[in-house]
Design a binder for this molecule. Structure first.
Ligand SMILES: C[S@@+](CC[C@H](N)C(=O)[O-])C[C@H]1O[C@@H](n2cnc3c(N)ncnc32)[C@H](O)[C@@H]1O
Length: 450
C-alpha cells in the first residue's frame, strides 16, 4: 500500500486512536483530521481499512486491554505512554481478533515502535507480543467467570463494568445480555427524506436505482437501509441534500414535538443539527428556529449542512444552553441534552470508554440546568421534548420527575406509536427504544408542557 504520509499504516492507526482518547474526538472526526494529511494513490483504500480498524479496536478495547494486562508484568497497558499502548493494542487486535499471522503482526508493530521510540522499547513490545501469542483468552475468561461474573461479561462483550451492572439491573439478566450482544453488531443505517427537496417514494426509487435496498419504518419519513453497494454518503442525492443519515429514534423527536407552521422554536443543544433541520423541514421553512450550541466547531458544520439541505428558517447561536435567554418566549423547545451517550455504543463504540460515575454526575447537573432554562424560555402552554441517547434512569425519567416536581412542567400524554414505555411511576407516559429491540440507538423521549 503506497502512502505519502510519512508514517506507516500502523502508526497512522495509533495516531487516530490517540486523538480519540486524548482529545475526546469521535472516531469519524479523528479519522477525517488525520486523513487530511494523507496523500497517495492508496488513500481511499487505506481510509476504508483505517475506519474498520478504529471501529473494531474501540469496540473491543476492554477485551484487548484484558489480554494486554494479563501478560504485562509490573505495569498496566493504561499506564504505558498512550501512543505505545495504542501500538500494542493494534498488535493484540491483529493477532487475536483479525487472525493475522502472529509473526507478521509482531514484526510490523515492533518496527513501528523502533521508528517512533528506541530499540529497548521495541524489544519490550516484542516480548509482550510473544506472550500475547501464547495467551489462551478462552481459558482466562473461564477462570474469570468463576471469580467475578460481571467482570467476565464486561470483558467478554467489551463494555464498561458499570454499564453491565446497570443493564442487568434495569432489564434483567437475559435481556441485559441481549442488549450487550446487539451493541456489538454492525451498525444499522437509516435515511431521512428531506421534504424540502423530494418525497419518500421518489427517494426510495432513487435509492433502489443506486443499489441501496431500503424498507419503510414506524417513522413515516425514515427508511431503513437493508443493503448497499457503495457508501451511501458517496451518492449525488446525499451530496445535494435530498436525504440525511439519521438514527430512527432520533428522528422520532421532531414528530413528537409536532411543530406547526409559523411557530418560534428553540433548540438548546442543537449541533450537529439533525433535529433542528427535521423540525425546520416539518415547518416547511416557515416561522423561526433558534439553534443554540456551545461548540463553535459543530455549529460551523451545521451552517454548511443547512445550505445543502435548503433550510432557511434557522438562526445559529453560539451560547450556553444553561443560560441562553431570548427577548421573546418560544412556542416549542427541543432539549436533546448532552448525555452519557450510553445508548449509542453500536454507533460510536469510543463513547463506551468516556464516561465514569463522576462525569455522569456532572452531565446530569448540566441536563437539570438546561431543563430549568428551557422553562424560562417557554411561553405558557408552550411544549418541549426532552430527549437523550442514554439508557440511564437518572438522565431520563428522574430528570423528567425533576422537571415536574421542581421546575413546574407538566407531562403531556403523547400517543407514541412505537417503542417501549419507560421506568418509574411516570414510565407509562414516556418513550424508550433499545438497540436489541428496535435495531436503533437506545433512546429516551418525553413531551412536557409549561
Ligand atoms: C446530543 S448532542 C445534540 C445533538 C443534536 N440535537 C442533533 O440532533 O443533531 C448534545 C449537544 O449539546 C452540546 N452542549 C453540551 N453542553 C452544552 C451547553 N452547556 N450549552 C449548549 N450546548 C451544549 C454539545 O456540543 C452537543 O452538540
Amino acid at each position: 500500500m503506497e502512502l505519502f504520509y510519512k508514517i506507516n499504516f500502523h502508526e497512522l492507526i495509533a495516531d487516530i486512536l490517540s486523538l480519540i482518547e486524548e482529545r475526546e474526538l469521535s472516531s469519524k472526526n479523528a479519522l477525517e483530521r488525520t486523513f487530511k494529511r494523507v496523500r497517495g494513490k492508496d488513500r481511499e483504500r487505506a481510509r476504508g481499512l483505517a475506519h474498520a480498524y478504529i471501529f473494531e479496536i474501540e469496540k473491543w478495547k476492554r477485551k484487548i486491554d484484558f489480554i494486554g494486562n494479563s501478560v504485562l508484568k509490573g505495569i498496566k497497558i493504561e499506564e504505558l505512554d498512550p501512543y505505545l499502548a495504542n501500538l500494542l493494542r493494534i498488535g493484540i487486535f491483529e493477532m487475536k481478533f483479525k487472525g493475522v499471522v502472529p509473526a507478521i503482526a509482531t514484526d510490523s508493530i515492533v518496527r513501528a515502535v523502533k521508528d517512533k521510540y528506541d530499540l529497548s522499547r521495541a524489544k519490550f513490545i516484542n516480548a509482550v507480543l510473544r506472550d500475547v501469542e501464547s495467551f489462551d483468552v478462552g481459558k482466562a475468561l473461564e477462570a474469570l467467570r468463576e471469580r467475578d461474573k460481571i467482570e467476565y461479561l464486561s470483558i467478554k462483550f467489551s463494555h464498561p463494568r458499570w454499564y453491565v451492572e446497570y443493564v442487568i439491573d434495569l432489564l434483567g439478566y437475559e435481556e441485559g445480555l441481549r442488549l450487550l450482544l446487539s451493541n456489538n453488531k454492525p451498525q444499522r443505517y437509516y435515511i431521512r427524506v428531506n421534504p424540502l427537496k423530494t418525497d419518500i417514494d421518489s427517494l426510495s426509487d432513487y435509492l433502489e436505482e443506486h443499489g441501496v435496498r431500503v424498507t419503510r419504518t414506524p417513522v413515516d419519513d425514515i427508511l431503513k437501509v437493508l443493503e448497499y453497494k457503495t457508501p451511501i454518503t458517496h451518492l449525488e442525492g446525499y451530496k445535494e441534500g435530498y436525504f440525511v443519515i439519521q438514527d430512527l429514534a432520533s428522528a422520532y423527536v421532531a414528530h413528537v414535538l409536532s411543530p406547526e407552521k409559523g411557530e418560534r422554536v428553540l433548540d438548546l443543544a442543537a449541533a450537529p443539527g439533525s433535529k433542528t433541520f427535521h423540525v425546520a423541514q416539518l415547518m416547511e421553512n416557515t416561522g423561526e428556529i433558534i439553534a443554540v450550541d456551545y461548540s463553535l466547531e459543530r455549529l460551523r458544520k451545521m451552517e454548511t449542512k443547512m445550505k445543502i439541505l435548503g433550510v432557511k428558517n434557522v438562526k445559529l447561536v453560539h451560547a450556553d444552553g444553561m443560560k441562553f435567554k431570548d427577548m421573546r418566549k418560544f412556542d416549542k423547545i427541543i432539549l436533546d441534552a448532552p448525555c452519557s451517550s450510553s445508548g449509542t455504543y453500536r454507533q460510536f463504540p469510543e463513547v463506551k470508554w468516556r464516561f465514569n460515575k463522576e462525569k455522569i454526575k456532572k452531565v446530569i447537573q448540566v441536563q437539570k440546568a438546561m431543563i430549568r432554562n428551557a422553562y424560562k424560555n417557554l411561553r405558557d402552554e408552550g411544549e418541549m421534548t426532552y430527549s437523550t441517547c442514554s439508557i440511564r434512569i437518572d438522565e431520563n425519567e428522574e430528570n423528567v420527575k425533576y422537571a415536574l416536581e421542581k421546575v413546574g412542567f407538566d407531562l403531556v400524554t403523547y400517543p407514541f406509536s412505537w417503542g417501549e414505555r419507560g421506568f418509574t411511576e411516570i414510565g407509562e407516559m414516556v418513550f424508550r427504544s433499545f438497540t436489541h429491540l428496535h435495531d436503533c440507538n437506545s433512546f429516551f423521549i418525553a413531551k412536557l408542557k409549561r
